[in-house]
Design a protein around this ligand. Sequence first.
Ligand code: B1M
Length: 212
Amino acid sequence: MENVLEVIHQAVMEGDMALTQQKVQEAIDAGVAPDSILQDSLIPAMAEVGRLFEEGEYFVPEMLIAARAMKAGLALLRPLLVAADVKPAGKVAAGTVKGDLHDIGKNLVCMMLEGAGFEIVDLGVDVPPEKFIDAVVNQGVDIVAMSALLTTTMPNMKSTLEAIKAAGVRDKVKVMVGGAPVTDAYAREIGADGYAPDASRAVTLAKALMAA
Ligand code: B1M
C-alpha cells in the first residue's frame, strides 16, 4: 500500500486531479487509514510543492493545480477524518479585507493551509471587521488571516485589527497578513503577529503562530 501513497504524492505534485481522486479512493477502499493518506501522502506532497515554489522551480499555476488536486483528494477524506475525529492543525478565518475583491491569492493561501491540515473558515472578499470578529467569537478560530491587494484597502487591515482589539478578543487570536502591497514592516507597524509574502510561507507562518 506504500505504493499507492507514493502515487498520490506524485499525482498531487503533478496537479493530476483525476488520478489523485482515483488513488485516494483506491487507498480508502483498500483500508489505508485516512489519517495516513493525509499525513503520509497529501500533506508531504503539498509541502514539497511549497518548497519547489520557494526555490523558483514551481510557479503560481503549478501551485494552483497541485492545490486543486490536493483539495479533490481531501474532499474524499474529509468525512472519514471527521468521523475519526482527527484534529486539524489549527482553525483559520481567512478573508480579503473590506473594499477589496481580489481573491486568487487568498484562495491559494487557503488551499495551501488546508493542504497543511488547517481547518479553513473562508470569509470571502470585501470582508468587514465585524465578520472577522464574529469568526473569532463564534467559531473559535485560532488565526485571522487577512489579504489585501490594493494600497487603498491595506489600511482596512489596521482598522480590522483595531476592531478586534476594541471587541476585547485580541488575546484570543493570532493575526497574519499578506498580499502584494503588504510588507513585513507594515505588518509590524499595525501590530499583526506575522506577515507572509506567499502562500507557501503563509503555511510556515501559520504553523509557527500555532506553536507560539
Ligand atoms: Co486588480 N489590481 N483591480 N483585479 N489586479 C492589481 C492588484 C493591480 C496591482 C494591477 C495594476 O494596476 N498593476 C492594481 C492595484 C494597484 C495598487 O493598489 N497599488 C489593481 C487595481 C487598481 C484594481 C482595480 C481598482 C481596477 C479598477 O477597477 N480600476 C479593481 C479593484 C476591485 C476591488 O478589489 N475593489 C481591480 C479588479 C481586479 C479584477 C476583479 C479584474 C481581478 C481580480 C479577480 C479575483 O481576484 N477574483 C484583478 C486582478 C486579477 C489583478 C492582478 C492582475 C492579479 C492579482 C492576482 O490574482 N495575482 C493584479 C496585478 C498583479 O498582481 N500583477 C491586480 C495572483 C495571486 C496568486 O497573487 O494575489 O499577490 P497575489 O497573492 C500572493 C501573495 O500576495 C500572497 O500569496 C499569494 C500566492 O503566493 N498572499 C498572501 C496574498 N494574500 C495573502 C495573505 C496571507 C499571506 C500571503 O496571509 C493572510
